[in-house]
Design a protein around this ligand. Structure first.
Ligand SMILES: Cc1ncc(COP(=O)(O)O)c(C=O)c1O
Length: 362
């Protein structure tokens, strides 16, 4: 098959076709140098402008102020679950965690190995369907930081506001909604994201960190876990994922060309509305997982009347070139991930399929 299908995968996820085509056209010779970006030294004059462009693309899109560093790390967003407490949570110290889904749970598990990581708010008992309002959050007096997940990819619940730490540094896992809308970076001390949803391919993690946090890294930190050392070495303490950084640059250029994050947000709101409307007008055949106020614009999660019907739904959808709709193995159901690069026509095709499926099986 050579034509593209509609790819609803939660990550790695769909990338803009124009980006793939540009990468294809430069695959064997980047800017006429006779080598691909994967074949040149990360310390060469060929790669330096790629790294600079990727950093400035992120800085421009998210309006990152000068007192923050932009880092490209490895180990996925999952390594950040450990790196954050290893750098900022001592044995006798407290950090606050807001748990609204599976990824937040994984984050606090790692933090508990280092110090007193407290779940100050959790929606586990109600099945991870909602997020707290700012007023519902009370932070520990001595918290070193507050950690939350701005979009829980598995359950499809999303914060609609930038959490305010009221003086306590805010750390955010934004893996599945970064670059989907404008955010106020100055609300965050550190924000991180695995690239493989809205930013680029897997294998790179974006970390945006405020300079004052770099000063708090313990002196005896392992080098590869040391934000300060990595920042001092411009993400090149060891060999970075050069290919991934190259694609991130292309994705940033693509987003800028298509109107920046405000335009992404508009498009994403429109796409999500089409899909949620289809769920809400299905006479209960489709049941959304998240409470309406917390519905994710990126990962739309819903159930059918039975698991058998869900199986049938995903296999018939795949036969219609609607791929990747199976919900995460931990929760089941259907999950349609509709990141920036996912086209509105694909959402419309899914809605048509859903209507037809409900009519035949309802
Ligand atoms: C919100 C969130 N956090 C963390 C992760 C883990 O990312 P990685 O696989 O890059 O470690 C994911 C992966 O899907 C995610 O969606």
């Amino acid at each position: 098959m050579t034509e593209r299908i509609y790819n609803f995968s939660a990550g790695p996820a769909v990338l803009p076709l124009e980006v793939l085509q540009q990468a294809q056209s430069e695959m064997t010779s980047l800017n006429g140098i006779g080598m691909s970006v994967m074949e040149v030294s990360h310390r060469s004059k060929h790669f330096a402008p790629v790294l600079e462009a990727a950093k400035s693309g992120i800085r421009q899109l998210l309006r990152v102020p000068d007192n923050y560093k932009i880092l490209f790390l490895q180990g996925g967003a999952s390594l950040q679950f450990s790196m954050i407490p290893l750098n900022f949570l001592g044995q006798d110290e407290t950090a606050d965690y807001v748990i609204t889904g599976a990824w937040g749970k994984k984050a606090i598990k790692e933090a508990k190995r280092c110090g007193d990581a407290k779940a100050i708010f959790s929606t586990a008992d109600s099945g991870f369907k909602s997020v707290p309002t700012q007023d519902e959050l009370a932070f520990s007096e001595n918290a070193r930081y507050i950690h939350y997940t701005s979009n829980e990819t598995i359950e499809g619940v999303e914060f609609k506001y930038d959490l305010d730490g009221k003086g306590v540094p805010v750390i955010c896992d934004a893996s599945s909604n970064i670059l989907s809308k404008p955010i106020d970076i100055e609300k965050y001390a550190l924000i991180y994201a695995g690239a493989q949803k809205n930013i680029g391919p897997s294998g790179v993690t974006l970390v945006i960190i405020r300079n004052d946090l770099l000063e708090q890294v313990p002196e005896n930190q392992h080098s590869m876990l040391d934000y300060r050392l990595i920042a001092e070495n411009d993400s090149m303490l060891n060999t970075p994922n050069t290919w991934g950084i190259y694609i991130i640059n292309l994705v940033c250029q693509h987003i800028v060309k298509h109107g920046g994050l405000a335009a992404m947000e508009k498009k994403n709101e429109k796409k999500a509305k089409i899909l949620y409307d289809a769920i809400d007008t299905s006479d209960g055949f489709y049941q959304g997982h998240a409470e309406k106020s917390a519905r994710s614009l990126m990962n739309v999660t819903y159930r059918l009347p039975t698991e058998e019907l869900e199986k049938q739904f995903t296999s018939e959808a795949a036969a219609c070139n609607l791929d990747g709709l199976k919900g995460h193995r931990s929760v089941g159901g259907i999950r349609a991930s509709i990141y920036n690069a996912f086209p509105q026509e694909g959402v419309e095709a899914l809605v048509e399929f859903m209507k037809d499926f409900a009519q035949k099986n309802g």
